[in-house]
Ligand binder design. Structure first.
Ligand code: SF4
Ligand code: SF4
Length: 127
């Protein structure tokens, strides 16, 4: 029998894009390749333009670059800060495709609760 796909319990269209404000959005080589294809530039140029290397004793990651935001401290450089959505949706990295890996999103639950408390369906709590 075919497994039933359950509908997500969150609606990204009603969210200010909290997950796109995560400081460490680590992407892989194939994600950089996909972005390079999307923009018609070389992989080297895409790596430089869209990512930077983050190294600690334990980590060595290639992170998406950010820019300052008016809702959160900063967001991914591909986030449209007025429309609150991804501008490279078809070419977005794998990590963005699988998040939040569940039917529920923790931030969305928090957002729903705060909006009910405030009686304002557009309320954005400071995260
Ligand atoms: S934080 Fe959750 S609800 Fe908001 S955009 Fe990300 S996945 Fe969607
Ligand atoms: S690539 Fe798109 S979905 Fe991924 S963090 Fe950036 S704006 Fe968000």
């Amino acid at each position: 029998m075919k497994k039933k796909v359950l509908k997500p319990r969150y609606d990204c269209a009603k969210c200010p894009g909290y997950c796109c404000s995560y400081a460490r959005i680590a992407i892989k080589d194939f994600d950089i390749e996909r972005l390079a294809r999307h923009f018609g530039i070389s992989k080297t140029a895409a790596r430089l333009k869209f990512t930077y290397r983050y190294q600690t004793k334990e980590l060595d990651e290639q992170l998406l670059r950010h820019r300052q935001d008016h809702v959160f401290k900063s967001t991914c450089m591909f986030f449209d800060q007025d429309k609150r959505r991804c501008t490279v949706y078809e070419a977005r990295p794998s990590v963005c495709r699988i998040y939040p890996e569940d039917r529920t999103c923790g931030y969305y639950e928090f957002l729903k609760f705060e909006r009910i408390q405030q009686g304002d369906e557009d309320f954005i709590p400071s995260a």
